[in-house]
Design a protein around this ligand. Structure first.
Ligand SMILES: Nc1ncnc2c1ncn2[C@@H]1O[C@H](COP(=O)(O)OP(=O)(O)OP(=O)(O)O)[C@@H](O)[C@H]1O
Ligand SMILES: [Mg+2]
Length: 246
């Protein structure tokens, strides 16, 4: 009976089994039924931990395949370690019949793949995915993401969760952030009372305004390596001039 309640109420499961009080956006993530979700949140806001809670809940209470993916295998392993830590805390959990660095399978029919997205070929061949989590998506290229997404096609209520802090107005994460078909979560540090103002001020001084606004205010600023500041470039355009004769 308790397991049924936890299956239907991931928030209660999180508080009672993991003994964690999820942050507001983590609660929303645990409860969402949207098929496409993008999280744009500041550094150290709890993105990876929130996604790990969701993956763990899926592994315990649902059947089907979960994929955790990041630009590098090391990053995916980091999330997998958090999932495992949560999994081991749970009094109600299935037995894992397979468990290695790349793949886990449970006696109840759930499974997990841990993959890197540094090359599209790494994920071709995956299928029947119910939940795909792409962490650090601003460092993932469009081709690798495009290779992963068809694996969700055959599962009716499959979900993809794309997570990052911004890194410029370029690439996969910027494209997805501007795609209307995704449910969007936006968390700049100004909306997070848990981070102290004095520590943030130190960070701003250390990293400079441009990087600070990217990492903590979640601004899609021009990339650090850009020769031109795109904001200045766009502000200089006069829309009343349609063409210039030379
Ligand atoms: N609900 C929570 N309750 C308490 N601590 C939390 C919670 N969520 C996250 N944390 C803590 O916040 C810190 C950052 O978490 P996490 O690594 O998930 O953030 P992140 O946004 O993925 O960071 P990064 O930007 O470095 O990838 C960790 O120490 C984690 O334990
Ligand atoms: Mg993270």
């Amino acid at each position: 009976m308790q397991a049924l309640e936890w299956a239907l109420n991931p928030l209660a499961w999180c508080q009672e089994e993991l003994k964690i009080k999820p942050r507001l956006f983590q609660r929303d993530l645990l409860n969402t039924t949207s098929r496409r979700i993008v999280l744009c949140c500041h550094r150290q806001s709890g993105k990876t931990m929130g996604a790990a809670m969701l993956a763990c809940h899926n592994l315990i209470f649902r059947t089907g395949h979960v994929v955790v993916a990041s630009p590098t295998f090391k990053q995916s392993q980091r999330m997998a370690r958090t999932i495992k830590k949560f999994f081991n805390k749970c009094s109600h959990r299935p037995v894992l019949t397979t468990e290695n660095a790349f793949f886990w399978e449970s006696e109840t029919g759930s499974s997990l793949s841990i993959v890197s997205l540094d090359q599209p070929d790494n994920i071709r061949g995956l299928s029947g995915v119910r939940l795909a989590i792409v962490d650090e998506a601003s460092a993932v290229d469009v081709e690798s993401y495009a290779a992963l997404i068809p694996s969700l096609a055959s599962v009716q209520d499959s979900q993809q969760i794309i997570i990052s802090t911004p890194r410029g107005r370029i690439g996969l994460f910027w494209e997805i952030w501007n795609n209307m078909s995704y449910e969007k979560y936006f968390l700049p540090v100004t909306k997070n009372p848990e981070i102290s103002a004095s520590w943030l001020e130190e960070e701003r001084k250390t990293m400079g305004d441009l990087l600070f606004s990217q990492e903590y205010l979640c601004d899609f600023t021009s990339a650090q390596s850009c020769v031109f500041d795109l904001d200045k470039f766009y502000n200089a355009i006069d829309p009343s001039i349609s063409a210039v004769m030379i």
